[in-house]
Ligand binder design. Structure first.
Ligand code: ZN
Length: 390
């Protein structure tokens, strides 16, 4: 969808205005990063999304009977303040009004989620696309059958969630397990690592400090972990890497769009793979190359060959704005499921009106999807497994 289509789309409300502003800011921030430092450029060089967002906000203010006289720079300054404090009262969920679009010169998580609605973060989406492409290629080159391909995909994707930093010895070990090579002699695993990680030459042992909860690298003793759901100055652990020549650290786009949202998927998969459920359910991570996050099949263990009696599909989503998540959410229709579940991490579900806002945004647009937090979901799977195995 281009900017004009978006401006005319049925989502003709203040969410569209702020997503356009966020998209424009993303482009401005990217341009500034490319050009080095300095003040934001103004005038005709401003991105179209910004100009349309600006115009919409201007009209909203003019509706109040006052002709606003602010400049682009003044509006950019306003973007550093929570939207609740803007001179125009925006119709957004209360929780979203507490966000700003910029934190200093960086985009906030809310702005990043909004900008992806319009889709101009070219560098991030290019990297993300390249990583998914490398994942699929590595999986299909290493799978002798569809089932093996799906298993390789899930295993390699989980590697990216479990490893924010790795050394070349670990990558070589992974390459021995998934050994297929392209016609240049390079393993597909190596190509995946190059797409997802930044490379640092190193021949010395290195110690990294990681957040105990999310596994991302933190620097300094009391350093805040920027990952959603993590606590400032929370517990950390150390990992020692012993590279032959290279250490790899996840690049920003992979961390932000694959690793961090993948943490809730990984927690669900680990809980569902516990001994207490063994034999009563079959858990498939990222079935059919990622049509869903998790497929849970309840088994009737009575016969020799277990029969599937019921199927639950799970999509796990960790996003800052519930209304934006609800408006963009689509249920993937490829897999038949008796129950469709949108699972939320606890740090989102516990927050104020998040669940109510999400249900309101889904209502009438996406039907038959249950919004459930991760803890309750695990409890419901256990309960259902007991009921079905009676
Ligand atoms: Zn963390």
């Amino acid at each position: 969808m281009d900017t004009q289509d978006l401006a005319m789309s049925s989502l003709d409300d203040d969410y569209l205005t702020v997503t356009l502003l966020a998209a424009g800011l993303t482009e401005i921030v990217n341009r500034r990063a490319q050009a080095g430092s300095g003040e934001p450029t103004t005038g005709s060089l401003l991105p179209p999304a910004w100009r349309v967002g600006f115009a919409r906000l201007w009209l909203r203010w003019a509706e109040l009977g006052e002709l606003p006289a602010w400049s682009d720079l003044e509006l950019m300054a306003l973007c550093r303040w929570p939207m609740a404090s803007w001179p125009v009262t925006l119709t957004l969920a209360d929780a979203d009004l507490q966000h700003s679009l910029l934190d200093g010169d960086r985009l906030t998580a809310f702005a990043e989620q909004g900008a992806r609605f319009v889709g101009p973060d070219v560098e991030a989406s290019w990297t993300e696309h390249r990583v998914y492409d490398a994942l699929r290629r590595a999986a299909s080159a290493n799978g002798g059958s569809p089932a093996e391909t799906y298993e390789a995909y899930a295993c390699l994707r989980r590697f990216l969630i479990d490893h924010a930093v790795v050394d070349d010895r670990q990558v070589m070990a992974l390459g021995r397990r998934f050994g297929a090579r392209d016609n240049t002699g390079q393993t597909y695993v190596q190509k995946l690592i190059q797409a997802a990680y930044n490379t640092q030459p190193s021949t010395e042992r290195q110690r990294f400090q990681l957040c105990s909860r999310c596994g991302n690298v933190v620097t300094g003793r009391r350093a805040p972990c920027g990952t959603a759901g993590c606590v400032k100055g929370g517990p950390t652990r150390f990992v020692d890497l012993d590279p032959l020549a290279v250490v790899y650290e996840l690049n920003r786009a992979t961390r932000r769009y694959i690793h961090d949202p993948g943490l809730v998927e990984a927690r669900l998969l680990d809980s569902l793979s516990g001994d207490d459920l063994s034999g009563r359910i079959r858990v498939t991570p990222y079935p059919l190359l990622d049509r869903l996050d998790v497929l849970v099949e309840f088994l009737d263990g009575g016969g020799r060959e277990p029969q599937v009696t019921e199927t639950w599909g799970i999509e796990a989503k960790d996003q800052v704005s519930a209304p934006l998540l609800g408006r963009l959410f689509v249920w993937p229709d490829d897999i038949e499921c008796d129950r469709r579940i949108l699972a939320l991490p606890m740090h989102r579900a516990r927050r104020g009106t998040y669940v109510a806002d999400l249900r309101a945004a889904l209502d009438g647009r996406v039907n038959d999807v249950d919004v459930v937090d991760e803890d309750r979901l695990i409890g419901e799977v256990r309960k259902r497994a007991r009921e079905l195995s009676r």
